[in-house]
Design a protein around this ligand. Sequence first.
Ligand code: NZQ
Ligand code: ZN
Length: 388
Amino acid sequence: MLDFKFISPTQFVFGRNAEEALVSESSKLGGKILLHYGGGSIKKSGLYDRVKSYLAEAGADFVELGGVKPNPSLFMVRQAIDLCRTEGVTGILAVGGGSVIDSAKAIAIGVPFQGDVWDFYTGKADAQEALPVGIILTIPAAGSEGSNGSVITDEETRSKFAYGSDIIRPVFSLMNPELTYTLSAYQTGCGVVDMISHVMERYFTNTENVDLTDRLGEAVMRSVIDIAPRVFANPEDYEARAELMWASTIAHTDIVGLGRNDNWASHQIEHELSAQYDVAHGAGLSVVFPAWMTHVRKENLPRFVQFATRVWNIDYIAGREDEVALEGIRRHKAFYESIGMPTSLSALGVTDNRYDIMAEKAMRDGPFGEIKALNKEDVVAIYTLAES
Ligand code: NZQ
Ligand code: ZN
């Protein structure tokens, strides 16, 4: 096990009516709040009106900016930073999913910073200060409600970059599983893939003697695989929605990744897809992850055999380890298909070949990934494997 430091300062309030805790929690955002939200789902569900009434009850002063799109844009982040400076905003309330939360986190570090907020995402600056960010979560997927990450897209250059710092972990996250009843089957599926992927990016490591975190990760993956079908059968199954919502957080606070080198290769390859084609992150991962596994499995076959036997309950057969590993990948892919997710670029609607451009962009900091450090040829090979 490697040495590590870990902090998760977020106050999680979980359960029916959790969003009502905004009345007491909103003071953590200071005297003037930016209410930040997406494209309209919260207005349709009535949550928007309730949030405004909780803020009124708390006596909180606020301005609002809605319209955050999936794969949130740098353009809107910059616009919001200007608004916050003009209005003297002291904290941000994000009501939505990963896109709204990541936009809020970017604004939070951009407002007190003298330079351009994009410098954080291109590795030119590290945030020293941030406005506090509070969350009302409406989709379990990205895990941004408990993570130290934010992912923003510069639409002009088609670049989707991540920034990570403990300074942007939310001060509170209010999580009511009932708020997720209105999710479409597709968005629910995207969330399922993303949360499993967050465990897998940590699980596929070359670090040895990490048994506890391996088994924590396996528990999260198994639970999600067992429970997800219930949500598709009955979108208002409270207990199943609750399990998925908490799984999304546990998968990405980093608790299942401590003491090991993590991977993130599939995420990097997916982010290039999202940047080029504006596909949903979870749908992109559903295509990329099985292809990545197939491509790199022989670099650490025991890991892939462990995944197959412990997560997919496949029998170990001495001398036929590669078959066991491939069967694990096949079952994993079949699971994604069973919940309506695409597992090929063609099913994702990507039919033109921009593999070279995407691979080139993915290589911007050199070879990446833990099981195997991928070079440009590997990345092109993975996109090619994912074709059909
Ligand atoms: O915009 P609205 O109208 O709210 O609709 C959203 C959006 O269209 C809809 N939605 C959300 N809650 C709903 C709902 N529709 C009905 N009922 C509800 N209760 O769902 C759509 C997708 O929302 P989005 O926030 O984009 O989804 P998600 O949470 O999957 O976030 C994806 C973003 O997070 C990034 C991804 O790259 C992507 O940009 N990630 C962030 C991470 C982090 N910060 O730690 C880690 C992840 O790996 C990921 O990269
Ligand atoms: Zn993700």
